[in-house]
Design a protein around this ligand. Structure first.
Ligand SMILES: Nc1ncnc2c1ncn2[C@@H]1O[C@H](COP(=O)(O)OP(=O)(O)OP(=O)(O)O)[C@@H](O)[C@H]1O
Ligand SMILES: [Mg+2]
Length: 264
């Protein structure tokens, strides 16, 4: 059985995609089979992994078809074959399912679907997905139905928090949604950890880390990801930070060790 981890925070630009890609490749490098899922219509993770439209089915097709088939009275459609949806990034040595802008219509398509919060759970129950040790979902910056789907199918959630001004705004709302999902749809889910990202030497960065530690206690990861231009270079070169000896790559490898320990 795969362990499914959602990387979530509705705040934009906090390091979700960077964390999904680099935690994923770090876990893969240390011997696990990892599948990365792009659940964001911006498709930043797909681009990071070097994906270019190849005409084959993406997360959008999987979500749309499942939502259609969950809708009463709709004519059933054949699901895309999972093995064809899963791509391999030669450079990053990791498997992934790409997204595209079509995923922006997911909310509308799911409107009429019964159990619309369980569309992704159904998709990830495919035998081909269950063969991976870890499935890591890169969530979009929103509290909508796609996030609820990610939380409904996950064993754990990792919350990256950018250690800058306003970082804590909105965490209450995320906690609220998390609790609702845990109490009603998916009692299995747990917070794997809260990850401080883009940390630097400023007072605000230190204060945010202190506040997060007060609030989340041992749920805070010991590893903290520092601010470095390496992150932007890595996504531009479409190559994981963990494949070369980089400071952030070493931090993401340390995070992978913690994640492995916490999800046994
Ligand atoms: N540790 C870091 N140091 C400096 N820059 C970083 C770091 N991590 C990520 N970045 C940069 O910050 C920007 C946002 O990062 P990323 O795309 O991972 O965030 P996100 O939470 O996925 O954003 P979105 O909410 O839009 O999906 C990117 O330009 C990325 O290269
Ligand atoms: Mg992102």
């Amino acid at each position: 059985m795969s362990k499914i981890i959602a990387i979530a925070n509705q705040k934009g630009g906090v390091g979700k995609t960077t964390t999904a890609v680099n935690l994923g490749t770090a876990l893969e490098l240390s011997g696990s089979k990892v599948l990365l899922i792009d659940l964001d219509p911006q498709a930043n993770m797909s681009a990071y992994l070097g994906y270019e439209n190849d005409g084959k089915a993406t997360m959008s097709d999987l979500v749309m078809t499942t939502a259609n088939n969950f809708t009463m009275g709709a004519q059933k459609r054949d699901m895309p074959v999972m093995d064809e949806c899963i791509r391999y990034s030669e450079t990053n040595k990791v498997h992934f399912i790409p997204a595209d802008i079509g995923l922006a219509y997911a909310d509308a398509c799911m409107m009429q679907a019964a159990q619309r919060e369980s569309v992704l759970k159904f998709i990830l129950s495919d035998k081909a997905v269950q063969e991976y040790d870890y499935v890591i979902i890169d969530c979009l910056p929103s509290l909508g139905i796609l996030l609820i789907n990610a939380l409904s199918s996950a064993d754990g959630v990792i919350i990256p928090v950018q250690t800058q001004k306003f970082a804590l705004d909105g965490l209450d709302m995320l906690n609220e949604i998390y609790s609702q999902v845990k109490n009603t749809i998916n009692s299995r889910i747990d917070i794997v950890g809260v990850l401080a990202t883009m940390a630097d030497n400023t007072n605000i960065s230190r204060t945010v880390i202190e506040k997060l530690t007060d609030r989340y206690g041992e749920k805070m990861f010991g590893t903290c990801i520092h601010k470095s231009v390496e992150a932007a270079n890595s996504s531009e070169k479409m190559k994981s930070l963990c494949l070369n000896k980089t400071k952030l790559g070493e931090e993401y490898k340390a995070l992978a060790v913690e994640v492995r320990e916490r999800i046994k």
